[in-house]
Design a protein around this ligand. Sequence first.
Ligand code: KIV
Length: 245
Amino acid sequence: MKKKLTINNVKQKKFNKPLVCLTAYTTPMAQILDKYCDVILVGDSLGMVLHGMKSTREVTLEMMIMHAKAVRRGIKKSLLVVDMPIGTYEKNSKIALINARQIMKETNCDAVKVEGGIKVYEIIKCLVNNDIPVMGHVGLLPQSVKKKSDYKVKGKDYLSFNQIIKDLADKINKSIKIPTIGIGASNKCDGQILVTEDLLGYSVKPPKFVKMYDNFKERTEICIKKFVKDLKNNNFPNFKNMYQI
Ligand code: KIV
């Protein structure tokens, strides 16, 4: 079995890419991903992907902790990162620290993730000073998206490009030698992350940049139809599908 990765192992990959990162929300998915990933993120995208919510803005701390606990049970070696949902960190450092500590304690994760660059700089600083490793998130910030039309590519216009550069270069990339992980961004990043359900073809409307490696939504429907047909034709359960006493 591979050795458990540490934050330092992952940091060292800055010069030795690519870092393989994917999202998981459940134990069975985490068990599969753990064999291949450096980082497994319990993203607040679970609100939309699993719970049918309109945005990540409805996701609660309790939901994140519950799913992160499930993912923890499936991980032996990857680094586990858990998203802090909106409302749990951005107001002030004190609130952020209480909630980050709760996430770390209850889920035994390796780091938390917060959205925003320079705006949450003081919060990130406070968490890190209190021994809580933090993954940042700049560019498109789903927690700040109030309407669907705001889900658009960032960095195209001068203002948002400058904001991303400021977020990345000023406070993060230059001062700390941390790896960068892209999603629909540059292949110059040290790693890449995708929402696993997007690449598997389970998502209703995956972002344009996603490479869909299969269509499990279609495959699932085919299996369900076969099951229903078997039931209707009295082919299920047969002898093999029943406990024999
Ligand atoms: O919530 C999430 O799954 C994420 C990924 C899109 C990186 O933040």
